[in-house]
Design a protein around this ligand. Structure first.
Ligand SMILES: [Zn+2]
Ligand SMILES: [Zn+2]
Length: 136
């Protein structure tokens, strides 16, 4: 089974992730843009039992457009958001792909919030935009 490690920028918040994600997505929404400082966010969704967290995280919750509560977990030292949960999908954890620091991580195959995509961002050929599949 594949084991991957994700970490925040300073390294104190660490995730060990076993197995493959059930979903790999990118999001163009303004909330993700503000959270990451990047124009796009990338995340892989794993069953919670595949994810082991070590280190300290601060939680922050906001309501998504869907009405679901999203709870983000970020490092209180460096501020990097490493993982989050969506109350609408219990038992699953989203991990920010960049925190794996692994260019061989599988590419996203779903893109959401296409309407706020920066026009210079193009999608990988296998990625299908889901214009109305908003996950927040
Ligand atoms: Zn950190
Ligand atoms: Zn988003």
């Amino acid at each position: 089974m594949t084991t991957r490690h994700a970490a925040c920028s300073c390294g104190q918040l660490q995730l060990k992730v076993e197995g493959e994600p059930v979903r790999i997505a990118m999001c163009h929404c303004f909330e993700c843009q503000r959270r990451t400082g990047a124009v796009i966010s990338n995340q892989a969704r794993f069953p919670r039992e595949q994810v082991t967290v070590a280190g300290q995280a601060t939680a922050w919750t906001r309501k998504a457009e869907s009405g679901n509560a999203l709870t983000f977990h970020f490092c209180p030292t460096c501020g990097s958001t490493v993982y989050w949960e969506n109350a609408g999908f219990p038992g699953l954890v989203n991990v920010a792909i960049g925190n794996f620091a692994d260019p061989n991580f599988p590419a996203p195959n779903i893109a959401v919030w296409e309407e706020s995509r920066h026009p210079w961002i193009s999608l990988p050929p296998e990625t299908s935009p889901k214009r109305f599949a908003k996950q927040g």
